[in-house]
Ligand binder design. Structure first.
Ligand SMILES: *Cc1c(COP(=O)(O)O)cnc(C)c1O
Length: 428
């Protein structure tokens, strides 16, 4: 395929936008080459500026669970826009989407809308600190909770009790309150809690990890976190920005039957517009301003266009619950097909899958945490990525990303994808 116009647009963009992109993961740093500029998208397909059609497995990193330009979502936005796009005053639709979200998700009585997943997680942690009157938090290596300071922490070598910032601009002062644990390692979490007795406000976790590839929690991991939190007066925060309204109507809490204290949302909840949200039981949510002392605000929060898109999306997911099973089946089909062709060509690999999330890792061992995910062969992934792209299949330009299956993908699309995997495998 030819990407002349995309490359020219990228050259222009780089003059006025750092790295030519407004979010780093869009650049092809990990795989090489120039990013592709999208012109439009419909259903399962992207159409780029050079006129190529690509089958999309990123789907805006998750939100487009029903496919691009899904008519009910699109129409809701268009109709809303005609009536004004922002007021900074309350509107009825905010209550409507709040009522619907609260009815779909377990253990939440109230929800507040923000503009991104980052904002949701940042605010959830502030709320947890305000509620518990404690400062420290535990996060897991390889889990992403947006780009706010407290979360940009990686394991220091040796002792991992205290995190060290992994971005300039994050102060040591902030980093010292973020304690880093290994995903799927309860013993490690317990050790950290024991050496920080009475100081930990919350554990924040992706209950199914999706930002180091797709890594489901091992048996008993989430239940273990729940017990540790209960025993130590710690709040359990499920970051369901990726998994919420994707793995089930009620997210991972429903799918795996584990209760969280605070839940964060993003991606699907906005139907493709900038929306995030965080939610909890009344007692916790009433700590927020204007009722309580924990401050949180947003000029464009609850924006009518964003709420209209989100409401249309959630309404469809609420009414047509067969969707979750359907996308799960499609993902399973893709998994089986890819496994067969990769095995046929003797390509060493591991595929992780849960619901409509799936990732391919070019390594031998099971991928269960950040360390094992990092063992994947990046050179093989690069070849795989470009091989797929050449055949019109767009997967995330990084081995540390999940693929997102949408209801818009047909079995024909999946067969085309599996065929592309077979062809690509020959040169891996
Ligand atoms: C995408 C993501 C975020 C950040 O959301 P943004 O809308 O990009 O700020 C937070 N947590 C998880 C689990 C995510 O996947």
């Amino acid at each position: 395929m030819i990407y002349k116009r995309s490359s020219a647009l990228f050259a222009e963009a780089q003059k006025v936008i750092p790295g030519g992109v407004n979010s780093p993961v869009r650049a092809f740093k990990a795989v090489g080459g120039d990013p592709i500029f999208v012109k439009e998208a419909k259903g399962a397909y992207l159409y780029d500026e050079d006129g190529n059609r690509l089958i999309d497995y990123i789907n805006s990193w998750g939100p487009m669970i029903l496919g691009h330009a899904h008519p009910p979502v699109l129409n809701a936005v268009i109709e809303k826009a005609k009536k004004g796009t922002s007021f900074g005053m309350p509107t009825e639709i905010e209550t409507q989407i709040a009522e619907l979200a609260v009815s779909m998700v377990p253990n939440i009585d109230k929800i507040r809308f923000v503009n991104s997943g980052t904002e949701a997680c940042m605010s959830a942690v502030r709320l947890a600190r305000g509620f518990t009157k404690k400062d420290k938090i535990i996060k897991f290596a390889g889990c992403y909770h947006g780009h706010s300071d407290s979360f940009l922490i990686q394991a220091g070598s040796g002792a991992v009790t205290f995190g060290s910032p992994n971005s300039p601009g994050v102060t040591e002062g902030t980093a010292k309150d973020t304690l880093l644990a290994r995903y799927n390692d309860l013993g490690h979490v317990e050790g950290i809690i024991n050496s920080n007795k009475g100081e930990i406000a919350c554990i924040i976790v992706e209950p199914v990890a999706g930002n180091m590839g797709c890594i489901p929690p091992s048996e008993g991991f989430l239940e273990g976190l729940r017990s540790l939190c209960d025993a130590n007066d710690i709040l359990l925060v499920f970051d369901e920005v990726m998994t919420g309204f994707r793995l089930a109507k009620g997210g991972v809490q429903e799918l795996l039957d584990v209760d969280a204290d605070i839940v964060t949302f993003g991606k699907v909840i906005g139907g493709g517009l900038p929306v995030g949200a965080f939610a909890a039981r009344t007692e916790i949510m009433n700590q927020l301003a204007p009722l309580g002392p924990v401050y949180q605000a947003g000029t464009l929060s609850g924006n009518p266009l964003a709420m209209a898109a989100g409401l249309a999306m959630l309404t469809e997911l609420n009414e047509n619950t067969g969707i979750f099973d359907s996308i799960g089946q499609k993902t399973k089909y893709l998994h089986k097909g890819m496994t067969e062709v990769l095995n046929e060509k003797n390509v060493t690999h591991t595929i992780n899958r849960i619901g409509s999330m799936i990732s391919v890792h070019f390594c031998e061992n099971p991928v269960t945490d950040f360390e094992s995910a990092a063992k994947g062969n990046n050179e093989t992934f690069k070849k795989f990525f470009h091989g797929m792209l050449d055949q019109g299949i767009y997967i995330a330009p990084s081995a540390f990303e999940s693929w997102f299956i949408t209801e818009a993908l047909t079995y024909g699309d999946l067969d085309e994808t599996i065929k592309a995997v077979a062809t690509t495998a020959e040169s891996l």
